[in-house]
Design a protein around this ligand. Structure first.
Ligand code: SF4
Ligand code: SF4
Length: 252
């Protein structure tokens, strides 16, 4: 199957399974189940991709402790932010919710409003990355994080530590050749499918930055109900678009 057809299929599945949770009048539990289904779909797809005979898939260099990709801005939807906040508040993460909030507040005070490139240039890791380089919310990590699978960890390191040189080297490329396109685009399609379903159901088209959105979701116990009622509760976390730094750089 061609990549475009595969992407469309993933988008359609994510959109329709999300839509099933949004009628007639969704409440917070339905919203959380919607994201849990998207997480399950992503887990199934990533496992399937890893088992198939797909070009370069065995070359993926990602491993625990390698975390240069966690120095980037991460985009999420509002339901995703609420789902991660719920996971933390239930005590399922490897960090207590109040400690996570403290780390998020400290980072958000620095990064709020930054562009993708500005965020990368300050060389600060995600607030949810532990000292051993592992994600503290791994089971529910954002779809953008799930899609970042690199075939060259050294380029990932240089992207953080030698940013200007890396951007010069690959400015003319339409996509970073070291990031495997199949999982990257599949995870983006799930995220787009979730977003399309919520917009179809009349909710706000919020494209959000992870640190700021999660801070709001943890600080405000009514954030979920406010969002469901159309309140712009995540306004200060909004991004112009859900795009990675690679897309921004290739577009100049
Ligand atoms: S994407 Fe790059 S930095 Fe992140 S785990 Fe994979 S190789 Fe390491
Ligand atoms: S949420 Fe987890 S995987 Fe994603 S950037 Fe943060 S630490 Fe890394």
């Amino acid at each position: 199957m061609a990549q475009d057809q595969f992407n469309q299929m993933v988008f359609d599945v994510a959109r329709s399974q999300s839509a099933a949770h949004l009628t007639p009048e969704p409440a917070i539990p339905a919203l959380l189940r919607l994201v849990q289904d998207a997480v399950s779909l992503s887990n199934d797809l990533l496992a399937e991709i890893a088992e198939r005979d797909i070009s370069d898939i065995t070359e993926i260099a990602c491993e625990i402790g390698c975390a240069w990709c966690c120095y980037q801005q991460v985009g999420v939807t509002a339901p995703q932010a609420l789902h991660i906040a719920d996971y933390l508040q239930r005590g399922d993460a490897k960090i207590p919710a109040d400690a996570a909030l403290e780390r998020l507040e400290e980072l958000d005070d620095i990064t709020n409003g930054m562009s993708n490139v500005e965020r990368l240039k300050i060389r600060r890791p995600c607030a949810l990355l532990d000292e051993q380089g592992a994600c503290l919310i791994y089971a529910v990590r954002p779809l953008a994080c799930r899609g970042c699978n690199s075939m060259d960890a050294e380029i990932c390191r240089r992207t953080v530590e030698d940013f200007e040189a890396i951007t010069e080297e690959w400015r003319d490329r339409s996509a970073p050749p070291w990031i495997h396109r199949l999982p990257y685009e599949a995870m983006a399609m799930i995220q787009d499918g979730v977003l399309a379903a919520t917009v179809d159901a009349g909710f706000r088209e919020d494209k959000l930055e992870l640190t700021a959105a999660l801070r709001i979701a943890l600080e405000d116990p009514d954030a979920g109900s406010k969002w469901l009622s159309g309140d712009p509760v995540f306004e200060t976390a909004r991004l112009p678009r859900l795009q990675s730094v690679w897309d921004d750089i290739s577009e100049g």
